[in-house]
Unconditional design. Sequence first.
Length: 230
Amino acid sequence: MSKRGLCSRSQAEAAIRAGRVTLDGRVVRDPQTPTSAEASIAIDDEAVVSVERRYLMLNKPRGTVTTANDERGRDTVYALFADAGLPWIAPVGRLDKASEGLLLFSNDSEWAARISAPESQIEKTYHVQVDRLPDADLLARIQAGVRDDDEWLAARSVMELRRGEKNAWLEIVLDEGRNRQIRRLLAAFDISVLRLIRVAIGPLQLGNLAKGQWRDLGDDEIRALDRLPT
């Protein structure tokens, strides 16, 4: 069901355990039941057929959460796709509520798994506004990394983009995806993040896509991400 682009693995498992799914006309309740690409699958008596694969990029606004439903009533990224007539899609990776920028979505679960797997080491580039004016030594120490809660946090590269009178913009490149990694890394050096924008995933650039807007990826962009080493 997930491979056919209908829903997530967890949603499929819940439907199967609830007895809503038939396999070749027989109700199954074990999500691990073997099947094949040619098998006849139905949910609530509706045949499950493969849907069109979609690959999207969104310029996530600050203040939205990366979830379909939020128990606290906060704005979610899915509101930005309202009335677009899209099939089920899931985020490929995450951005926290306070972060903004490039976020991928797809209903191709196998592609998404390859892109987001930790071992893929796909570089992600962020522009980060910080509350101080760092010198070269501080930037080098941030890049070298620090231990935080038994995790080693470091960056592939850190460089200054520009500075004002009281704060600066940094470009930070990561090749791993630990929870709130940049915020935790900078906090270890008593640096506060004022804004955090993801501007690239591998060769894919956010470009001039307006905040809150989305578009389909081109075939060349999909292939470029899939060709990265894993």
